[in-house]
Design a protein around this ligand. Structure first.
Ligand code: NAD
Length: 492
């Protein structure tokens, strides 16, 4: 039920905010304090159906045929408007996730702006493939492909980087290609998708081209959306388990899917590294966003000769992280997204202990004072003494935790890093140029970094193999997913 004390977050359908139904509301909690943050209107099946029909209506009313220059101009206006309301977006993101305000400013909201501008540029610059065909019998033909929007696209996203990597990273290219979208944000992060509805409307997007339906997965808005027969394609970011369910839902009608799923990412640290430089990078890759980035490193394979230095140095950096009020610019590390997620992560602490792990940093829940003790806080934690056979080293944990394991040879390090069902990202730390290239190319992942982590060019392909997903997004890969080509062959 909506209460007087917290704001009500509404669904956005057909260009207007739907009146909340008091019987279909849930409470969103502030993860830093455990107190109610907002009342969210959960979309029922009828409202999801209305959103899909509104999206179809926008396409039929001409949005799909809008000239590219108009669509890209609109995206640039949206980027400008997010910048004008920058601090509103920051506040919404910090409230929903508890992430440090500095990170929300420098990463989440800044990158949301960049996503709109980058995809405006990418779509504006995209040409069509054409080629001449010469047949043995002397006939010649001109072939070219016309790329049309996919249609109504369902966008389902998780809570960890809700605006940046997930929402705007999908919505910007989808709209740039002339699609209409129905977005289902995570139940944990309803705010920024809703603010984006205001911004896109102010930028001049036609009613129905961007819709937001709030709610959960199974038996709620997520399921209603992905099973809706009039959805033409699904772009999903979330866990591998949910991806499996969504794939089942996409099967009727053989609808295309783009999946960005979980990871269990490795870093390999060779004996020739500059230890301090590697430690700075490793600390970022393990602890950024409290370890809740699909790209975060949870497995560290370290050459035995530098193992002790890396373990001690990383433990020291973990102890230096400052947990606290997300609105303070001194804070480096926020809480986990929820108590439910913390229970899951703590379950791996028990498994690690049972497997004989040595805790070299953290290992428990901190006490941060009466204001914050109701939040889902967790100490940044490092383990040694585990092997690839142990569940905390095999399964995605999605928290500020990593296991450090020594190796002796390059061959062994490659085998250990590739010994996983996931295939999202890896990082190789070495000062040997040839080894860096050689090992990075042998990683069975979608993205391999050398001497860095999460350094992204928005034109490059993003995604993973195995349990980490299907397809790639970013740059031309996004244009391929969000369009259907018609090949035209003209005999000359
Ligand atoms: P999740 O799979 O639980 O939920 C993701 C979204 O799917 C949410 O909006 C949820 O409500 C919805 N959902 C759940 N069940 C559904 C169903 N049956 N039908 C339709 N929708 C459904 O994931 P999460 O806990 O929100 O996010 C964490 C996961 O996301 C981690 O596994 C992480 O690795 C992954 N992730 C991957 C990437 C990537 O780019 N590869 C990026 C960020 C997060």
């Amino acid at each position: 039920m909506p209460t007087e004390t917290v704001p009500v977050i509404r669904n956005f359908v057909g260009g207007t905010f739907a009146e909340p139904d008091p019987e279909h509301c849930f409470t969103k909690t502030n993860p830093a304090t455990g107190t109610p943050l907002a009342t969210v209107h959960e979309a029922d099946r009828a409202l999801v159906d209305r959103a899909v029909r509104s999206a179809r209506g926008a396409l039929e009313d001409g949005w799909a045929d809008t000239p590219v220059r108009e669509r890209t101009a609109l995206l640039r206006r949206a980027a400008d408007l997010i910048e004008e309301r920058f601090e509103d977006f920051v506040a919404a993101e910090v409230g929903d996730t508890g992430k440090p305000v500095t990170q929300a400013r420098e990463l989440d909201v800044a990158r949301a702006v960049a996503n709109f501008r980058a995809f405006a540029d990418i779509v504006a610059a995209a040409g069509q493939d054409s080629y001449l065909t010469d047949l043995p019998d002397g006939r010649r033909a001109l072939n070219y492909a016309v790329r049309k929007p996919l249609g109504v696209v369902a966008v389902i996203v998780p809570w960890n980087l809700p605006l940046l990597l997930l929402l705007t990273w999908k919505v910007a290219p989808a709209l740039a290609c002339g699609n209409a979208v129905v977005v289902k944000p995570s139940e944990e992060t309803p705010s920024t998708a809703t603010l984006l509805a205001e911004v896109l409307a102010d930028a001049g997007l036609p009613a129905g081209a961007y819709n937001v339906v709030h709610g959960f997965g199974a038996g709620s808005a997520g399921e209603f959306l992905v099973t809706h027969p009039d959805v033409d394609g699904i772009t999903f970011t979330g866990s591998s388990a949910t991806g499996t369910e969504v794939m089942r839902a996409a099967a009727p009608g053989v609808r295309p899917v783009s999946f960005e799923l979980g990871g269990k990412n490795a870093a390999i640290v060779f004996d020739d590294v500059d230890v301090e430089e590697a430690l700075d990078g490793l600390s970022r890759s393990v602890f950024t966003n409290t370890g809740q980035v699909c790209l975060c490193t949870e497995r560290l394979y370290v050459h035995r000769s530098v193992f002790a230095d890396i373990v001690d140095g990383l433990a020291e950096r973990a102890a230096r992280l400052r947990l606290g009020d997300p609105l303070s610019t001194r804070t480096t590390t926020g809480p986990l997204i929820s108590h439910e997620h913390r229970r899951k992560v703590l379950g791996y602490f028990d498994l690690a202990e049972a497997a004989g792990a040595k805790v070299v940093a953290g290992g428990g829940t901190p006490h941060l004072g009466p204001e914050l003790d109701g939040g889902a806080w967790l100490e940044p934690t490092l383990w040694t003494g585990l092997t690839n056979a142990d569940r905390p080293v095999r399964e995605e944990i999605f928290g500020p935790v990593a296991a450090l394991i020594p190796f002796d040879t390059e061959e062994e390090a490659v085998a250990l890093a590739n010994d996983t069902s996931y295939g999202l990202a890896a990082a190789v730390w070495t000062n040997d140029l040839r080894r860096g290239h050689r090992v990075a190319q042998r990683m069975d992942v979608g993205m391999a970094w050398v001497n860095t982590w999460f350094l992204r060019d928005l034109r490059s392909p993003f995604g993973g193999a195995g349990l980490s997903g299907i397809g790639r997004e970013g740059g031309a890969s996004s244009l391929h997913f969000y369009t259907e080509p018609t090949n035209v062959c003209v005999q000359l």
